[in-house]
Write a protein that binds this ligand. Structure first.
Ligand SMILES: NC(=O)c1ccc[n+]([C@@H]2O[C@H](COP(=O)([O-])OP(=O)(O)OC[C@H]3O[C@@H](n4cnc5c(N)ncnc54)[C@H](OP(=O)(O)O)[C@@H]3O)[C@@H](O)[C@H]2O)c1
Length: 309
């Protein structure tokens, strides 16, 4: 029984060690040393090249090395009938919430303004910010979005959430479906995208959706770069409809050096670091699914290939 680790970076030693704590006999191979392709039963993959995974005739499960699975579904030649399983990890959701909350508080308390005052040795103007009057719209109320929504609610923000199917979360205005998008965004001061990338959510942040926000709102994208129409974002910033954007994911990663986002002072960039899967905690659920496969039991956290997440 062998698991193949296939990623854009080699973090296989820590995954191997943590997986073996649960299944000592599990052989973990990397893409640099695959061995007999027929011996690979499990793949743990991040951005595999299109067609790569179909070379393993006995593949039983594809594990995404992350919460998103768009990088797997991007492969038009995926092996048929092999389930795709994602990571669901409280630690990952907590990291993403921490990232978004830090930024919302930064913008809400006008910290960039005060920091720039310091640069000019100026005593800045006091400015009152009333948290209970600030609305955060969160697109996606899954593991990440709902964790963030609860934490922002507990900090005193008004929170609107949007999902595909109906949700009920205490003291959070929940909207769903196409018809729920505009009301979820309407008048929001902050927009956080915590959606998976699917056919239905691609380019969901565009001139229309940005126009529903309160003038001078901020965007934080922790979903995927393809959720945004880049040109519409730049235009909304230039027109002042948006005061700023914090981008962490991009259509092309690494973001090309000549991309206009780099030089726009209203855009802040991080290199897809908001949430990093924790091998220690995630290995437990991977191992559980491997053992379930062996016992012929149903798997946990299998994604739905029809809806794409
Ligand atoms: N930047 C990073 O480092 C990083 C790290 C991890 C994850 N992420 C991103 O975060 C995403 C979300 O992760 P998650 O664990 O929260 O996923 P999840 O648990 O699957 O939740 C996805 C949420 O999006 C909603 N949704 C999906 N399609 C929709 C549609 N067409 N209309 C409205 N709502 C829709 C779902 O609605 P239902 O509840 O009705 O199903 C659900 O609430 C990942 O897919 C990935 O893109 C980024």
């Amino acid at each position: 029984m062998a698991l193949l680790f296939k990623s854009t970076y080699d973090d296989s030693p820590s995954w191997r060690d943590y997986l073996r704590e649960h299944i000592p006999e599990l052989e973990v191979r990397t893409w640099q040393d695959v061995g007999q392709t027929s011996e690979i039963e499990f793949a743990l993959a991040w951005k595999p090249e299109p067609g790569y995974l179909r070379q393993f005739p006995n593949l039983r499960v594809i594990f995404s090395l992350g919460a998103g699975v768009d990088h797997i579904f991007a492969d038009p030649w995926l092996p048929a009938d092999v389930p795709i399983v994602r990571i669901v990890d409280e630690d990952l959701s907590a990291q993403l919430s921490e990232y978004a909350i830090h930024l919302i508080l930064h913008f809400h308390r006008k910290m960039s303004y005060y920091f720039s005052c310091q640069t000019h040795r100026q005593w800045g103007e006091p400015g009152r910010t009333v948290t209970s009057q600030a609305t955060v719209a969160i697109l996606g109320l899954g593991h990440v979005g709902s964790d963030l929504a609860r934490k922002l609610r507990d900090l005193g923000f008004r929170v609107n959430g949007w999902s595909r199917t109906p949700k009920a979360l205490r003291d959070i205005e929940c909207y769903h479906g196409e018809g729920g998008l505009e009301p979820a965004l309407h008048g929001a001061n902050f927009l956080v995208c915590a959606l998976p990338l699917t056919r239905a959510t691609k380019e969901i942040i565009n001139a229309n959706t940005l126009a529903s926000l309160s003038p001078g709102a901020y965007l934080i994208n922790i979903g995927r770069g393809d959720h945004i129409i880049d040109r519409d974002l730049v235009t909304a910033l230039a027109q002042g409809r948006l005061a700023g954007a914090m981008l962490e994911v991009f259509r092309q990663e690494p973001l090309p050096p000549d991309h206009e986002f780099w030089g726009d002072p209203r855009i802040r960039i991080t290199p897809h670091i908001a949430g990093d899967p924790n091998a220690k905690t995630a290995a437990r659920q991977l191992a559980e699914n491997i053992l379930r496969t062996r016992r012929g039991e149903s798997l946990k956290n299998v994604v739905d290939s029809i809806v794409g997440y």
